[in-house]
Ligand binder design. Structure first.
Ligand SMILES: Cc1cc2nc3c(=O)[nH]c(=O)nc-3n(C[C@H](O)[C@H](O)[C@H](O)COP(=O)(O)OP(=O)(O)OC[C@H]3O[C@@H](n4cnc5c(N)ncnc54)[C@H](O)[C@@H]3O)c2cc1C
Length: 386
């Protein structure tokens, strides 16, 4: 990571990235293998990162955030992902979970709940997907009906990151008719009776990140926990995903960089035919291609972030960044296993884990087919000319 030359907007951003690197080296690096092997969620570590200010970076200081531009927040994620992808993903998901309240909550809601969320005392989750509706999220069926001063929620959410460990859930549910316009967002406390996280999924990678279904069985939520108006929930969910996709792209860049750094060090040491294997052009070209692809993905991600930071439309660029960076990390981590030969295939080295971790990034927050669909539709509308 030391070799990455970065253009940063302020000296404060420079300090922040140094802090992230220090935390990555001192708090993450020596824990990751153990936690991943046991599949344990590092809740205390997330609290430590929260107290260091890393859980509310891109949000307003008025509500407990750090007022950092997205380009800075994403580079922090990248640095953490290079050491432990699940921790960076946890911050990305928490940031996604704070979006509805920060951008659509009333002043009173924000003052009441945001400081604890942005300060990292409370951990968030984002509940959009359902067993029958992942890509086609607008057809979700979890329903909330008003009874007195409560919404009563029934239904099942699927694939929820932080299920069972989160303190609050953004539940996107149907309060009106069919389609996108019938969906609302309810900020639901995890301790609400009837909010029942199910047993954890047995995932291919990111094993320290808990993912599970959540069954809602007559869960009662105060009506003042409606975020935005009734019927705008889908718009809120999609807005959050535009930003969230940049977080996933940054995780991909960091994970790929970690894999490249590890494989490069190995290739310099490993001797075959009397020479370091990095001296073989066939191998060094693989590393060179990986380094180039990582730089390209980083540039694309930061370009989209800078558009966002400047108040310009960025959702198509975010889709491109998520698509390119996550396809890139799958290819790069697969190639870095190849660089280690047999040693790459066993858990003595982290590259086999990196490869398993990369896969999910092509799936979450809209699969890469859905990103292509978003980009293709904007081309069909004649919008995307950059
Ligand atoms: C580890 C993990 C964590 C997750 N965390 C969360 C979370 O925190 N919150 C949350 O809400 N969700 C979460 N998800 C869910 C994730 O967003 C969905 O898995 C994803 O959106 C795809 O939905 P699906 O799995 O139902 O696949 P499907 O929608 O059934 O898709 C199956 C395949 O069909 C393709 N496909 C579908 N429609 C089209 C189309 N129109 N054109 C071309 N191809 C298409 C897809 O790309 C995919 O390859 C998580 C998933 C995983 C695996």
């Amino acid at each position: 990571m030391a070799s990455v030359v970065r253009l940063l907007p302020t000296s404060e951003a420079h300090d922040l990235l140094e802090l992230a690197q220090e935390l990555a080296d001192k708090e993450l690096a020596h824990k990751v293998e153990d936690f991943e092997a046991r599949g344990e969620f590092p809740r205390d570590l997330l609290r430590t990162l929260g107290r260091s200010g890393l859980l509310g970076l891109p949000y307003s200081a008025e509500y407990g955030g750090a007022d950092q531009p997205y380009e800075v927040y994403l580079q922090v994620l990248e640095i953490l992902a290079a050491k432990w992808a699940a921790v960076a993903e946890a911050i990305s998901v928490h940031t996604l979970a704070c979006y509805p309240l920060h951008y659509h909550g009333t002043e009173e809601q924000k003052r009441r709940w945001l400081p604890e969320l942005l300060g990292g005392e409370l951990l968030g989750a984002y509940c959009l997907s359902e067993p029958a509706g992942g890509s086609d999220a607008a057809n979700l069926t979890t329903r909330a009906v008003i009874e007195g001063d409560k919404y009563v929620i029934n239904g099942t959410k699927a694939w929820i990151t932080h299920a069972g460990v989160a303190d609050f859930y953004n539940v996107f549910c149907r309060t009106g008719g069919p389609g996108a316009s019938g969906i609302s967002c309810l900020l639901t406390p995890a301790g609400t009776p009837g909010v029942n996280p199910q047993p954890r999924e047995k995932t291919m990678g990111l094993r320290s990140s808990p993912v599970a279904q959540i069954a809602f069985d007559n869960a009662m939520v105060d009506t003042d926990r409606l975020v935005g108006e009734e019927g705008v929930g889908f718009k809120i969910a999609m807005g959050a995903l535009d930003s969230g996709r940049l977080g996933i792209a940054a995780c991909a860049v960091g994970l790929a960089q970690g894999a490249l750094d590890y494989a490069t060090a190995y290739a310099r040491e490993r001797v075959q035919f009397g020479r370091s294997i990095i001296e073989f052009q066939g191998l060094s070209f693989m590393l060179a291609d990986a380094a180039t692809q990582i730089s390209a993905a980083r540039a694309l991600t930061l370009h989209a972030a800078r558009l966002r930071d400047n108040g310009l439309p960025y959702s198509i660029e975010a889709a491109k960044a998520k698509l390119f960076a996550t396809d890139m990390v799958m290819k790069v981590t697969t190639d870095m296993v190849q660089v280690l030969g047999g040693a790459g295939y066993v858990s003595d080295h982290p590259v086999e884990r990196y490869m398993r971790e990369a896969k999910v990034l092509q799936i979450v927050e809209g699969t890469n087919q859905i990103q292509r669909l978003v980009i293709g539709r904007s081309l069909a509308r004649g919008e995307s000319k950059d």
